[in-house]
Design a protein around this ligand. Structure first.
Ligand code: TRP
Length: 452
């Protein structure tokens, strides 16, 4: 009896660690910054419904597929495919993932840098007595500068680099286990304040009352791309993380838990933001500045707002950090394996390279905002190509690999832990993995690009 208890406690602890690490990767700027602003741009409720459908029908099967591949092969993204399908071209999705990681981290580091500036502004009480128009001005004025956003981007990327060099396990895993629940508490407090603002119901119906006439083909593509982005899918992050999972872990349960946490936090962020958007007369389609303009308004309207504002931007920065680490890790693991570089060298090299690619992203917000190609700035292009082309394509190949190459037997072995667990959902999963997910991704993808 006593031994049994010890064993159970042990496995529980490691399970929490895994969930914290994967949730740390999934929950980030995607949930709190990007989800509300694209929901605003693409029309509200109908977009949210399409997003939720993408999460359940496509996101969840791909989370599970990455888990199956990673834990089966016990290797990094490229190596896993090489191991499971030797002498084939199946390593190509791995390479696409590395490319996507470079592009995503380039602009991710820029926005994460903004959170540091806002943290400093919160500490120095710079939002006190400002009205919504002032706050819009503060945000626009800041991101359009040349040096200051780049300074913060460099600081943030150095932090990411430093943690990846120093190793993740002790520090960042512990930190995310502690800080993720705190983030949740703060968002819930913000939600409570936001929904009691005068005029809040207008914001809630914007978020939850679908108006399908506002939905566009591009909106559906963006919803799908964001499902990938938010769940950290399509570029091998979850393959890498799950390669460290013990063979006792129940993959399906873990996948469902991560998906619920990630989606829940995105929705809670939406609930914190849209009532305030309407209460303060901010344009819901305001774009990337939405969180930075709206929330300081809310903080001013609540007791203890000064402290909550500091906490919020601190935690947003931490959430971004636990995600950026998982993105850099994909690139580093590849360099270490393929070019046989030392981990330290590989990390510093890739962090410096990615930071430099981020400079034009930062400048797209100001001096280079008019430098566009087909109406998209450099920043928008990196985001679009990575989130809406490489991630869905990578996800398509990953899920098809499990559906068609590993097949039912290969999946069953991993999902049941070699027959230890029952997996009554297996036929459903195989159906989704073989047909539904690949087909839907292909159709949405071609349609969104205007090719179908
Ligand atoms: N999911 C993170 C967010 O929502 C970002 C992220 C981390 C990511 N790892 C990824 C996105 C891998 C795509 C692929 O902020």
């Amino acid at each position: 009896m006593a031994t049994k208890e010890v064993v159970q406690r042990d496995s529980f602890t490691s399970k929490l660690g895994i969930i914290a690490a994967i949730a740390g990767s999934a929950v980030g700027l995607g949930n709190i910054w990007k989800f509300p602003y694209i929901t605003g741009v693409y029309g509200g409720g109908a977009f949210v419904i399409v997003y939720l459908i993408c999460i359940v029908l496509i996101g969840l099967p791909i989370v599970l597929s990455e888990f199956i591949i990673g834990r089966k092969a016990q290797r990094n993204a490229v190596g896993s495919f090489r191991f499971l399908a030797p002498r084939t071209y199946w390593y190509v999705p791995g390479l696409m993932g590395v490319t996507a990681a470079v592009m995503i981290l380039a602009f991710y580091g820029v926005v994460a840098g903004w959170t540091l500036e806002y943290l400093l502004k919160a500490i120095t009480n710079s939002f006190a007595g400002k009205n919504p128009a002032d706050l819009e001005g503060i945000f626009g004025g800041f991101i359009s500068q040349i040096a200051r956003p780049i300074f913060w981007q460099i600081i943030f990327m150095s932090l990411t680099c430093w943690i990846v060099v120093a190793g993740i396990k002790g520090g960042i895993e512990k930190a995310s286990k502690l800080l993720m629940p705190v983030l949740l508490v703060i968002i819930v407090i913000l939600d409570t304040r936001a929904i009691t603002l005068p005029g809040a119901s207008e914001g809630l119906s914007f978020l939850f009352k679908p108006d399908f006439s506002k939905l566009t083909a591009e909106g559906i593509l963006i919803a799908l791309g964001h499902a990938f982005f938010s769940l950290s899918l399509g570029m091998g992050t979850l393959i890498t993380y799950s390669s460290y999972m013990s063979k006792e872990e129940n993959l399906a349960t873990t996948a469902v838990q991560i998906t619920i946490v990630d989606t829940g936090i995105a929705l809670l962020a939406g609930i914190a933001i849209f009532p305030a958007v309407f209460a303060f007369g901010i344009e819901p389609g305001a774009g990337p500045g939405l969180v930075f303009i709206t929330l300081p308004n809310v903080f001013q309207q609540m007791p203890g707002g000064y402290i909550f504002c500091i906490l919020f931007f601190l935690l947003l920065a931490v959430a971004a950090l636990t995600s950026s680490i998982s993105i850099l890790e994909v690139v580093v693991a590849y360099f270490v394996e393929e070019l046989h570089l030392k981990r330290r060298t590989a990390t510093i090299m890739s962090a410096v390279g990615i930071t430099i690619i981020g400079f034009p992203c930062s400048l797209s917000m100001g001096v280079w905002s008019k430098v566009t190609f087909m109406d998209r700035t450099f920043f928008d292009w990196l985001d679009f190509i990575a989130s809406n082309i490489l991630l869905p394509l990578g996800g398509l190949l990953i899920v098809a690999f499990v559906g068609w190459i590993l097949g039912r037997e290969g999946a069953e072995q991993e999902l049941t832990n070699d027959g230890e667990l029952s997996a009554g959902y297996l036929p459903l999963f195989m159906f989704l993995a073989k047909f539904v997910a690949p087909l839907v991704i292909a159709v949405v993808f071609l349609h969104g690009l205007g090719l179908f």
